[in-house]
Design a protein around this ligand. Structure first.
Ligand code: SAM
Length: 410
């Protein structure tokens, strides 16, 4: 698509094909065994060269290392899939790709275009869910990975296409793109190893994102979690997804599939909680600090839906996402801490106070304060045997410290 593929890409494709042969599979399993035995790279490569040949040794070792990294999110599939460092870095979580596929297919889509497939995470999820998939990427390595990965999983109905997504979306008509009535678009949001904050510099850029949402109503676009709410087009649902207390994905759902204004989704231990609203519910009320402090999940904060789970709890400050109430919260969205002391922020007085209470170990949390939590935690370390959570924040505009006990798990 971009003229002659570069020499490095041609060589990587050749190596990937070699690894997909029976000899390549044997080299990969030997490399995996050496890695599992914690063999250092120099020794492992020397042995691999002697045992499987110089051609397969390096690529097999490289893939074995990527599989090791991929196992945390791809599980057992990781041992059948191929990734380069770059495509693994860009890969989403399969469990979330499965959710996305289920929602697109539930909207009636049969054929889905995966626009920018990389190693094929979304393509695999869509094909597994029963869709016919047109997987598009302008990178020949990505296309080869998607071909080999879908074949390794025995998935059928996948066509891998060399095209520029900008052109495909510009040519989209009658609600379809690349011959499909639904699409997933996951723009590359990194350049030169660094996160690209400006959506106009994503690849494909923001103009292609909005064009897809306008032209193909059954579409899902992965965007940066920090995306400005003002960018979300009218009628498009924005969803923030958190796993393990961090936002891992943000999605825009096209008008043909959107069922809310904003949605927050929390995935924990396989269970999924969702909060959504058809319109901006506005902020939670503000009030004085009470006996309990609640830290909302970041997806709830980003989605602007905090007031929906507040349940009588109030914000400690109009600009700070901490809630407070008279008891612990019974919500998966809120982590609750019992507040034992409320002090104006003063390092010397805080140290003296913690010592007087026998507190020698602290976890520092902060919001709306320039302090560096690890540094402050070190400064507050003392001889006392008790522990506390020290929250540095603003309360009604004033720099304040809330000394808290963590909520016992469960
Ligand atoms: C973030 S990655 C996709 C990751 C994938 N969804 C996954 O979870 O594994 C973006 C992909 O889009 C491709 N890409 C970027 N701009 C493109 C364009 N204009 N046309 C075609 N492919 C493009 C890149 O080569 C890259 O493989």
């Amino acid at each position: 698509m971009d003229g002659e593929p570069d020499v490095q890409a041609v060589e990587t494709v050749r190596q990937l094909r070699a690894l997909a042969t029976p000899a390549g599979a044997a080299a990969l399993s030997r490399a995996a065994a050496l890695l599992a035995a914690r063999t250092d790279a120099v020794t492992a490569l020397t042995r691999l060269r002697a045992e499987v040949g110089t051609d397969l040794a390096g690529p097999a070792w490289g893939i074995a290392r990527q599989r090791d990294r991929a196992r945390a999110s791809f599980g057992a599939d990781a041992d059948r899939l191929l990734f380069t460092g770059d495509t693994l870095e860009q890969a989403g979580r399969p469990v979330l790709a499965d959710r996305r596929a289920t929602r697109l297919l539930a909207a009636g889509a049969e054929a889905v275009a995966d626009l920018g497939c990389a190693a094929g995470t979304d393509t695999m999820a869509l094909a597994r869910a029963g869709a016919r998939v047109v997987a598009v990427d302008r990178d020949p390595v990505a296309r080869e990975l998607t071909r080999l990965n879908t074949a390794a999983l025995g998935l059928t109905g996948v066509e891998v296409v060399d095209a520029d997504v900008v052109d495909l979306v510009a040519a989209a008509t009658a609600g379809t793109v690349a011959g499909c009535e639904a699409a997933v678009l996951d723009p590359a949001r990194r350049a030169g190893g660094r996160r690209q904050m400006d959506p106009d510099r994503w690849s494909p850029p923001w103009s292609t994102v909005t064009a897809l949402l306008d032209r193909v109503p059954t579409s899902a676009v992965k965007v940066a979690p920090g995306l400005d709410h003002d960018r979300v087009p009218e009628g498009v649902e924005a969803e923030w997804v958190s796993v393990g207390g961090s936002i891992v994905e943000a999605l825009l759902w096209g008008r043909g599939i959107s069922t809310a204004w904003r949605r927050a989704t929390l995935v924990r231990d396989g269970a999924v909680s969702e909060v959504s609203a058809d319109d901006d519910p506005g902020p939670a009320a503000v009030g004085p600090v009470r006996g309990w402090l609640h830290e909302p999940d970041p997806a709830l904060i980003r989605s602007g839906l905090m007031s929906l789970v507040a349940d009588g709890a109030t914000l400690v400050d109009p600009t700070i996402a901490y809630l407070t109430s008279d008891g612990p919260a019974a919500s998966p969205w809120l982590s609750s801490y019992r507040v034992t002391d409320v002090l104006p922020f003063n390092l010397k007085k805080l140290k003296a106070h913690l010592r007087s209470r026998g507190i020698g170990r602290v976890v520092v949390k902060k919001r709306g304060s320039p302090i560096e939590p690890e540094t402050l935690a070190r400064q507050l370390r003392g001889p006392g045997s008790d522990a506390a959570v020290v929250v540095v924040t603003r309360v009604a505009g004033a720099p304040t410290v809330l000394v808290c006990e963590p909520l016992t798990p469960g």
